[in-house]
Design a protein. Sequence first.
Length: 103
Amino acid sequence: MNPTPPSRIGKTTRRAYIDGSPMAYTVLDEIVHIPRSNPNKAIYLQMLQFEDDGRQEMRLCYYMIGHKPRAKGKWLYGQFAPMIRREDFEKIMSKARKKGWIS
């Protein structure tokens, strides 16, 4: 049994744009989907709001359950582009429509 996937709602992240200028965004909301085919993966669609101009953007990302001793059994942020089965992507988009994020 895996722990509950982490939530980033309400948390602000500070980092740099590719040109080195500062960037800060807050996760306003998120959709979390755990595929039946892989319960050790949690796919997220997050609604972000940027501090500099207030714009909102969506981010598709994922967490995986760690296997190495130091992180074994813990959710770890996936640093690469997520790969998603069609049926899982359709479920995520359906949830996004219900939240009014997309039409």
